[in-house]
Design a protein around this ligand. Structure first.
Ligand code: AFP
Length: 329
């Protein structure tokens, strides 16, 4: 018998606990709609003249691509007026985002990187959107900085959208990690990957060995170890697009790492809206995310755009990174 066709709407309604069947469920619908719009634009990028740079820079000092700005705008416009959120944080905006006074405010805070891996856009390589959702600390206010500056342990849900050969929506609200593939003909996300778990035996490591000489000696030793272990022997795969590297490792087993470098001591990955949400997903899929010393989920950010060293994927491989790094202390 063939398996049933389950849309993301149907799945969310049947899976979410009663308390979350209102705003959190509908928030996922809004993100799924944003995903469809960004996917449409991504597919037609070269035709619509949205490749290339916008002429502006973001808080990281990175030049913003036209698709970065488009994706950020879509995430914002689909979520500012719904009454489900009381604040947002975007990689593309310096400050946290207030919900305009003329709209009612909700119980949730959404942090997001609208388009990760965007330096890959012009070369047709897979990119992604990452999001995390917190519950507001105090329902009585309209959202404050402290509602945004939270450690990953506080997340109630997280997910990503991957724009690859197909578009997928992967999320967890604490009960398993589930993946849906967009059927572009009917415009629906259909359940294709229920209860995703890192396979016990990993297959890949994903670190940019081009930066090897800039790593700390203990990270170099970890890199050497990854290249030489035989049980199991691992292959290297590095796309340079965090969502894509994480997704492959979730499906086949592996570790993604972005270590600190001589001129970039905390590496490149942002804690609040990249590392935290992916570490949440990793733990709910039987994996682990660490900065080399502690769980990424236990680090409270001091700033919205704080960077952190990252090792994330199969627990055994991430704990090995911690072992090498602790030896130096
Ligand atoms: P961009 O959004 O600037 O492409 O950066 C993507 C990213 O933050 C992450 O997705 C990659 O894993 C990492 O940078 C790649 O950086 P390197 O090119 O330095 O390895």
């Amino acid at each position: 018998m063939s398996s049933p066709l389950i849309t993301i709407e149907r799945f969310l309604l049947s899976q979410q606990p009663e308390y979350a069947k209102g705003d959190l469920t509908t928030l996922f619908y809004d993100i799924a709609l944003a995903a469809k719009m960004i996917a449409t634009q991504t597919r037609r990028a070269a035709l619509l003249d949205v490749l290339g740079y916008e002429g502006t820079t973001n808080i990281q000092g990175e030049r913003q691509r036209k698709l970065d700005v488009y994706a950020d705008d879509i995430m914002f416009k689909l979520n500012d007026h719904t009454g489900r959120l009381c604040a947002m944080v975007s990689e593309e905006r310096d400050d946290w985002i207030r919900i305009p006074e003329n709209y009612s405010k909700g119980h949730y805070v959404m942090v997001y990187d609208p388009l990760d891996g965007s330096s890959n856009i012009d070369t047709n390589v897979t990119i992604g959107t990452i999001f995390g959702i917190f519950r507001v600390l105090d329902d009585g206010n309209r959202g404050r900085l402290e509602d945004c500056l939270r450690c990953g342990r506080d997340l109630v849900a997280a997910g990503y959208i991957i724009y690859g050969t197909s578009t997928m929506f992967v999320y967890s609200a604490g009960a398993g990690v589930h993946g849906f593939t967009l059927d572009p003909e009917i415009g629906e996300f259909l359940l294709t990957h229920e209860n995703m778990r890192f396979p016990e035996n990993p297959a890949y490591y994903s670190l940019n060995f081009g930066s090897y000489r800039s790593w700390e000696p203990e990270v170099q030793q970890y890199g050497d170890w990854l290249q030489t272990i035989t049980e199991p022997r691992l292959s290297q795969r590095y796309i340079g697009s965090l969502v894509a590297d994480f997704h492959r490792n979730l499906l086949y087993g592996g570790v993604y790492g972005y270590p600190g470098e001589v001129n970039l001591p905390n590496g490149k990955i942002r804690l609040l809206y990249e590392a935290g949400p992916l570490a949440f997903l990793a733990e709910h899929a039987g994996g682990y995310g660490s900065n080399g010393k502690m769980s990424l989920l236990d680090i409270k950010p001091d700033g919205l755009h704080q960077r952190t060293q990252v090792f994330i994927g199969n627990r055994s491989l991430v704990e090995k990174a911690e072992e090498f790094i602790r030896k130096q202390d």
